[in-house]
Design a protein around this ligand. Structure first.
Ligand code: BJW
Length: 228
């Protein structure tokens, strides 16, 4: 990697799987037990807010008990030691990259650890529940929801992500199925802009054929090996 300067790393649920956090589309994943349309769309939230709040309350509480694994730690070490630019773009709403020590992390699908007030647009650090519809600490309206991006909503930080992809020499995708856009299209964007592309995943993904190189195996083995 000596000739490289700018790296963009995209992470998905697979990087946190070995920390004990469910993925979405694997066997036993979240979408086998919950209909996506019910829990991860604005329409589902409008229909049954309590169901959606309970789903996220349950996942928020679970994440607080999980720890970063060897893959999160390896990326944080790479960030500390890398002489060029390294940006981690995560689709995950957990905070395991930060708890491993990474600093330059963009949460394009939001974070479990914030509640967002749709009345006054304030965001609050949140470790408790939302199902009981608590008032917003800023405006007192009862309009808090998880600060996450559902289907049909605009992912966060897109300008910064595209700027980083423009400058990237290497794009690495870790533990994501390549089923959800716009993240699934980053490999083609990066490639068209001249970056080399590498996929690290348990198995070949929907988007594997777009990558210059793919490696298969668990993230806790592949990521430390790649970083070495
Ligand atoms: C391991 C492992 C181990 C396991 N080691 N690996 C038709 C065509 C194109 C697009 C669309 C379309 N119709 C609709 C759309 C748009 C839609 C979309 O993509 N739909 C698809 C279903 C087709 N996208 C949107 O609506 C997005 N917004 C949007 O597009 O806005 C307009 C726009 C226009 C122009 C520019 C920009 C935007 C919003 C998407 C929001 C997604 N939200 C969720 C929920 C977030 C909150 C929450 O966590 O609940 O995000 S859905 C869910 O999927 C979550 C994830 O971040 C995301 C991706 O999942 P991920 O991470 O890939 O997990 P899995 O489970 O799918 O895969 C795990 C992988 O890990 C697997 O490959 C395993 O093999 C691997 N693995 N163990 C290594 N140990």
């Amino acid at each position: 990697m000596a000739h490289l300067r700018n790296i963009v790393v995209l992470t998905g649920a697979g990087i946190s799987a070995e920390s004990g956090i469910d993925t979405f589309r694997d066997g036993g994943g979240l979408w086998e037990r919950h209909r996506v349309e019910d829990v991860a769309t604005p329409e589902g939230f409008a229909r049954d807010p309590e169901l959606v709040q309970r789903f996220y309350d349950m996942r928020r509480a679970a994440v607080l008990t999980k720890q970063p694994n060897a893959a999160h730690h390896a990326l944080a070490r790479l960030e500390r030691e890398w002489r060029g630019e390294l940006l981690i773009v995560t689709q995950n709403v957990d905070d395991l990259h930060q708890r491993a020590g990474a600093r330059r992390v963009l949460h394009m699908h939001g974070t479990h650890l914030n509640a967002w007030c749709t009345a006054c647009d304030a965001r609050h650090r949140w470790s408790g529940t939302l199902f009981d519809n608590p008032p917003c600490p800023a405006c007192d309206t009862r309009a808090l929801r998880p600060d996450v991006v559902w289907f049909g909503e605009m992912p966060y930080e897109m300008d910064r992500i595209h700027a980083a992809l423009r400058d990237a020499d290497l794009f690495v995708s870790i533990g994501t199925s390549g089923a959800v856009y716009p993240a699934a299209g980053f490999v083609q964007d990066a490639s068209a802009l001249g970056a080399r592309t590498l996929e690290l995943n348990l198995e070949r993904s929907e988007g594997s054929h777009w990558f210059d190189e793919t490696r298969q195996g668990p993230a806790t083995r592949l990521v430390p090996q790649w970083v070495e």
